[in-house]
Design a protein around this ligand. Structure first.
Ligand SMILES: *Cc1c(COP(=O)(O)O)cnc(C)c1O
Length: 811
């Protein structure tokens, strides 16, 4: 893109003047942020509208990514990077005596997602645009994204995330493309003049879906794709008659009910959310997006739907948008008058499904009474899908009633959305090799046996543009200096760094960069936590959602164990460590919140204990989100990826650490398996039970945590300290349930269901090896470099290329 500093400056100043009546001296930082963003946006209008024309062309197939979450983070800097004008814009602001970092920090994160699943969607969009593929996102424009986390007295407290407070310069409202979405009502049937039976839904509650488009800018290629997010409105606004009768609350009731749909992101990373409102959200954006796609399709092919799957493919990100399958059936049958079989052909050739979890509690099931009331016609269609599917199963496995029972989409009063997804799509993929194997051989075994051709693996990836080029410019320059800049769009180039593993000067430089990033993080920690941390200590980081299966508890138990050892022997040899955590707990997840309290309390005690002479520091970073993540990944030495084997589908945090030169301490779970395969087991610290061992122990019920504890007095002491008041008597109510769940099992669970006790001693051994390895600076640097050089596989460009070739068939 052509960039002229003076022109850009003029546009910014002009916007400040025309939009706000300000000059650069009087403008607020928000006004400057807005004007700079809009100035950048104005430079891509023509590329963007060119791109949109392709949506209406016969020969271009479009991929659509349907996702209830897009965890985009900040847009401005990333867009300036991809446009190749970041340095230029910095100079412009510098000329105007405005601090770029301050303007950057003005932007709120678009936190429209919970964690990995939503961030994956964001990385995919970046890769799609950069690879020049026709791929667009569809989702919900939540008014409030992921809650803001504050730590008060050591506890998580949640505050609303009003990210649109200052408006978003990167969204463009497209009122003219609004569509109507229908809820409730009753199903009516009638026969047409040819004697054909039809269905329609009468007396529905109508909600208007208004689209806002965000540009997704490819890196250095003038390509701008679209993320279209829907906002819910009441078609009639508020009711003036009621208002005039002074019935103020009643007058806005309908309006509020409609707007509730896009009001707030469900703050639940995992676990069921049996809320009707959540189903309303899912149907709302699925229906609106399908109408949008069909409208465009019909301008080319009219009522001929035989080409629909040649022109469109829709990837369903987990089960959240799976309601789109019966919705497309409804539109095709009730509104376009296709017969069932033809409509089913269209659907099952258009949709593909990604599974993100094997945790049983996270598989979505909708109670029949909720779905049949909210979406009566959709429920009828689901029943008919199931009726036909069951007869197919019965003919495939005559007499195997158990299997039919297990595979029934509707059973025991619920609709199983994952089953509907597999029945109604042509592709089912897991998100890491191990995960896909577990799906095929265990969780989805029946389904794999019936439809082996549908199953495939697409190991997740991350975009190196945000997670390296933008968030670690120091390391990015080092890489470019050594191998050129092709890696920015072809990440397999990273392997060319490998010869530097034997170049002491380069390794020293690499460690100096790491040190710089650690110093920057230390300043952030000083400012936000008031804690002094030593950049020469090991920065050991675990950042991810707080969940028992991710085992932050294992990490904090190890810290307690180290602390006990130092207290016993203050002069022991010890490699100083800074343990850093960042994690949000789902608001209703009590155990997760207790674990946060444990981490913060252990931190308070240790950080203030003069006796241990700063050997350990423990820091909990508040409000972990994309922007904070961008500061943490580059500053890490040791990446904690310690989930119970078989539980983490893939992980992507593990990949962000790797590209930034952290060494992994972890279990053979999710994509860790592939990370170790690439980097070599000697360049990671691997410990713990393997997934198949856990399967075995589970099925034979042979695990007895109390017996394990009786032979590990160090861990016994740690667990005793939860309830004996060692970390304060005021917290026993929070810590006792943790101890109970490990020792005795609570809420119908087995004791220690995540094998924290079982894996503890191996974890400590691995940790000790990591400490000793760190003392040899050059060999640590070499491990770090090899991790970076071998991270090429984990670019989302690779993942998206595989989706494009193997599932979507787009080029
Ligand atoms: C990458 C990322 C995640 C996912 O982390 P995992 O370790 O894979 O669970 C979650 N939240 C944010 C903000 C991220 O950037």
């Amino acid at each position: 893109m052509q960039f002229n500093k003076e022109d850009f400056k003029k546009i910014v100043l002009d916007r400040l003047d025309k939009d706000y009546g300000r000059n650069i001296e009087s403008a607020t930082r928000e006004e400057i942020y807005y004007s700079v963003s809009r100035a950048a946006l104005s430079s891509i209008w023509s590329s963007w509208s060119e791109r949109n024309k392709d949506l209406y062309k016969k020969d271009s197939k479009q991929a659509y990514y349907f996702s209830a979450e897009f965890l985009m983070g900040r847009a401005m800097s990333n867009n300036l990077v991809n446009l190749g004008i970041l340095e230029g814009v910095k100079e412009v602001l510098n000329d105007l005596e405005v601090d770029f970092n301050m303007i950057e920090d003005t932007e709120s994160d678009a936190g429209l997602g919970n964690g990995g699943l939503g961030r994956l969607a964001a990385c995919f969009l970046d890769s799609l645009a950069t690879l020049g593929l026709h791929g667009h996102g569809y989702g919900i424009r939540y008014k409030y994204g992921m809650f803001k986390q504050k730590i008060e007295n050591g506890y998580q407290v949640e505050y609303p995330d009003n990210w649109l407070h200052y408006d978003d310069p990167w969204s463009v409202k497209r009122e003219a493309d609004s569509v109507e979405v229908n809820f409730y009502g009753h199903v009516d049937s009638f026969t047409d003049e040819n004697g054909k039976l039809h269905f329609r839904t009468l007396n529905t509650e109508k909600v208007t879906a208004v689209p806002y488009d965000m540009p997704i800018i490819g890196y250095g290629n003038d390509i701008v794709n679209t993320l279209r997010l829907w906002e819910a409105h009441s078609p009639d606004g508020f009711e003036l008659q009621l208002f005039n009768k002074e019935m103020y609350n009643e007058s806005v009731e309908k309006k509020n009910r409609a707007e509730d749909i896009s009001r707030v992101l469900y703050p639940s990373d995992l676990g069921p959310s049996g809320k009707t409102l959540r189903l309303r959200q899912q149907y709302f954006f699925s229906s609106a997006s399908l109408y949008d796609i069909i409208r465009k399709y019909k301008t080319i092919y009219g009522n001929d739907f035989s080409h629909f799957h040649e022109k469109n493919v829709i990837q369903l990100n987990d089960t959240h948008p799976v309601i789109a399958i019966p919705e497309l059936m409804r539109i095709l049958i009730d509104e376009e008058y296709l017969d069932w079989d033809t409509a089913w052909q269209v659907c099952s050739k258009t949709f593909a499904y990604t599974n993100h979890t094997i945790l049983a509690e996270a598989l979505e099931k909708w109670p029949i009474d909720i779905i049949s009331k909210l979406l009566p016609r959709i429920y009828q269609i689901i029943e008919e899908i199931n009726r036909r599917f069951m007869s197919f199963v019965n003919s495939a496995y005559p007499g195997d009633w158990d299997r039919a029972q297990r595979m029934s989409i509707v059973s025991h009063g619920v609709v199983k959305m994952a089953w509907l997804a597999i029945a109604g799509t042509f592709s089912v993929n897991g998100v890491a090799a191990l995960h896909t194997e577990i799906l095929k051989n265990h969780e989805l075994k029946d389904w794999y046996e019936l439809f082996p051709e549908k199953f495939n693996n697409k190991t997740n990836g991350i975009t190196q543009r945000r997670w390296l080029l933008k968030s670690n410019p120091e390391l990015a320059s080092f890489i470019t200096k050594n191998i050129g800049d092709k890696w920015i769009t072809e990440f397999s180039e990273m392997e060319k760094l490998l010869p530097l593993a034997n170049d002491s000067k380069a390794l020293k430089e690499l460690m100096e960069i790491k040190h710089t990033k650690k110093v920057q993080l230390a300043e952030y920690i000083k400012e936000h936590n008031g804690v002094d941390v030593d950049p020469n200590s090991i920065f050991d980081i675990q950042i991810k959602r707080l969940h028992e299966y991710k085992r932050q508890l294992l990490n904090v138990f190890h810290i307690m164990y180290l602390y006990n050892r130092i207290k016993e022997n203050p002069n022991m040899d010890f490699v100083p460590r800074t343990f850093i955590f960042g994690a949000k707990a789902a608001s209703g997840y009590a155990r997760a919140k207790q674990i946060i309290k444990l981490i913060t309390r252990v931190g308070e005690v240790i950080n203030n204990d003069k006796e241990i002479n700063n050997k350990i520091k423990v820091v909990f970073i508040e409000n972990y989100n994309v922007s904070v993540a961008e500061k943490l990944f580059p500053a890490c030495d040791l990446s904690e990826q310690i989930s119970t084997a078989g539980k983490e589908a893939s992980g992507t945090g593990n990949m962000k650490f790797m590209v930034n030169g952290a060494v992994t301490i972890g279990t053979l779970d999710g994509a860790n398996v592939e990370i170790v395969e690439e980097a070599g087991v000697q360049n990671a610290f691997i410990f713990g039970l393997k997934a198949d061992q856990i399967q075995e122990i589970n099925s034979t019920h042979s695990y007895n945590p109390l017996a394990e504890l009786s032979i590990n007095k160090d861990l016994k002491l740690v667990i005793d300290q939860l309830t004996n008041g060692y970390f304060g008597t005021d917290c026993i109510n929070d810590f006792k349930p943790i101890s109970d769940s490990l020792l005795y099992g609570v809420d119908g669970n087995r004791p220690d269901p995540y094998y924290v006790i079982k894996d503890f001693s191996e974890y400590c051994v691995a940790q000790d090896m990591a400490s000793r390895a760190f003392t040899d600076k050059e060999s640590w640097a070499k491990m770090s470099l090899i991790n970076i050089a071998k991270s090429g596989k984990f670019s989302s460009d690779r993942t998206i290329n595989q989706y494009a070739k193997e599932i979507w068939k787009i080029s």
